[in-house]
Design a binder for this molecule. Structure first.
Ligand code: FES
Ligand SMILES: [Fe+2]
Length: 349
């Protein structure tokens, strides 16, 4: 079986479809007051920065004078972003407000502005959308309980995966692989049949919800006498928001947690995975513990996903073989297709 690359036209179709949604570009903690950093989203280079009043901005990362990266510049005491090459200064709306080489009283040309993108800051993340249309197709994907009293959320260190974002998402929603690749954490090698109890695709094709009961391995619990490892009954609630966000709420023995992901395509085949993990404060789980545990879970997923072929998730439902326990992924594929993500055939016999 030969795999052919997707055409440049389908790249554009993918970017156009994704550009209508709010997507994350940085963690809030990584852009402090006076800070700036480069980000890449849908093959566009962006600079994310924050002025002295705490206002965050997302601009094209390209000084219109000579194409220098603004992310290599500095945020001035006056709250502008100064280009590192000749010091032109931009305000948060992208307007150039100072050209040091011009004589005082010389008017700055009105063309002197870089594209400024809409910004929101929620769930410890900075979000934008790139379509340029006034209204994005959907609102931010909600992180449940993020602001709920008694909950603590750790916004995790983002990681870059070499894969199409849709493949990453489908893996996050796949319930049939726990006992195989997660047997060293929560996966129970004795329970290989995991079937979602209910899968609901919302009528507007923006969400998928599912309930999944599972007898998970408890790597931190004490095994019963004679048992090799401890187990715990879990009820997982899965929620997917088209196109690249999802969360899982796991309820065990009266305790619960939320794992939220908001993945962002840097390009058609590069993904930044932003995530947050929430637990009730009384469980006193530290950020370091959360990073360790979640990275141990993400690592084997990443290994599998980065190797999947074709790289593009096939939205043609006759491609690949779907069984009953794959029904969440089927819902995801239907919704992505409905929202204009390209159906690309990459397999050639
Ligand atoms: S290239 Fe940015 S000021 Fe000249
Ligand atoms: Fe997994």
């Amino acid at each position: 079986m030969r795999i052919t690359p997707a055409s440049p036209e389908t790249h554009d179709e993918f970017y156009d479809a994704a550009g209508r949604f709010w997507l994350p570009v940085a963690r809030s903690v990584d852009v402090p007051i006076g800070g700036r950093r480069a980000s890449r989203l849908l093959a566009e280079d962006l600079v994310v920065w924050r002025d002295q009043d705490g206002q965050v901005a997302v601009l094209d990362n390209l000084c219109l004078h000579r194409g220098t990266k603004l992310s290599d510049g500095t945020v001035t005491a006056g709250g502008n972003l100064a280009c590192p090459y000749h010091g032109w200064e931009y305000a948060t709306d992208g307007v150039c407000v100072r050209i040091p080489q011009l004589a005082p009283d010389t008017k700055i040309p009105s063309k002197a502005r870089v594209v400024s993108h809409p910004v929101r800051e929620e769930y410890g993340l900075i979000w934008t959308y790139l379509s340029g249309q006034e209204e994005a197709a959907a609102d931010l994907p909600v992180c449940p309980d993020f602001a709920a009293p008694g909950w603590m959320f750790h916004v995790g260190t983002p990681s870059d995966w070499h894969c199409q974002t849709t493949r990453m998402l489908e893996n996050f929603l796949d319930v049939a692989h726990f006992g195989y690749i997660h047997a060293d954490t929560f996966g129970n090698p004795d329970v290989l049949s995991v079937v979602p109890r209910s899968v609901e695709v919302s009528p507007d094709l923006l969400h998928v919800d599912a309930k999944v009961p599972y007898l998970a391995r408890d790597p931190w619990g004490e095994p019963e006498e004679g048992d090799e490892f401890a187990v715990v009954d879990v009820e997982y609630d899965y929620h997917y928001d088209v196109p690249f966000s999802a969360w899982i709420r796991g309820v065990t023995k009266g305790d619960e947690y939320v794992l939220y992901i908001a993945a962002a395509p840097r390009t058609v085949d590069e993904t930044t995975v932003f995530w947050a993990f929430g637990v009730p404060e009384r469980l006193a789980v530290s950020a370091e513990e959360i990073e360790l545990r979640e990275n141990a879970v993400f690592q084997p997923d990443r290994f599998i996903v980065e190797g999947q072929r074709p790289e593009w998730l096939p939205l043609d439902l006759s491609a690949e073989l779907h069984l009953r326990f794959d029904s969440i992924g089927l819902g995801v594929r239907r919704e992505l297709k409905h929202h204009g993500f390209p159906v690309v055939s990459m397999l050639r016999p």
